[in-house]
Design a protein around this ligand. Structure first.
Ligand SMILES: [Cu+2]
Length: 146
């Protein structure tokens, strides 16, 4: 048990500089502060990180469908190609009237919006702009762990 702990600590010490390096790269690339709740190197292994472009000009999200595993934390990075969008809702229905997992959020150009949540139910859900009148609707598939 002790040697396992030591191994775990060694792994953490080894990955920390890499994580810091990536963080610095992201910082210098964006010219904006890192997300408020940056996970430690250890926690990062248990986060499903995804990026979503909300395209107003094409009326869709890129990608159109995102798939995640139930019960594992999701960190969703959002950006828009034009104009602010508020509110965007993760919902059981396209209309966005049955929100799940997270509070509604704002998406805008030039600024990444980070949304953290744990999808605690498998199924098909929507990341929808309908509540503010746009037809942009992405899909979120939550699958049971394999
Ligand atoms: Cu919108």
């Amino acid at each position: 048990m002790t040697s396992f702990r030591r191994l775990k600590r060694a792994a953490l010490v080894a990955t920390l500089p890499i994580a810091v390096g990536i963080g610095f790269f992201a910082f210098s690339f964006n010219h904006s502060p890192p997300p408020p709740e940056s996970p430690s190197a250890e926690e990062a292994a248990e986060v499903q990180e995804l990026a979503l472009i909300h395209s107003f000009s094409d009326g869709r999200t890129y990608p159109e469908v995102v798939e995640v595993e139930r019960g594992v934390k999701v960190r969703l990075f959002n950006i828009a190609d034009a104009q602010p969008h508020d509110p965007v809702v993760i919902s059981r229905n396209e209309a966005g009237t049955e929100p799940v997992f997270a509070d509604s959020f704002r998406v805008e150009p030039g600024n990444v919006t980070v949304v953290d949540f744990v999808p605690d139910e498998a199924g098909e859900f929507y990341i929808t702009h309908r509540p503010h009148g746009h037809v942009i609707v992405g899909r979120l598939i939550v699958v049971d762990p394999s």
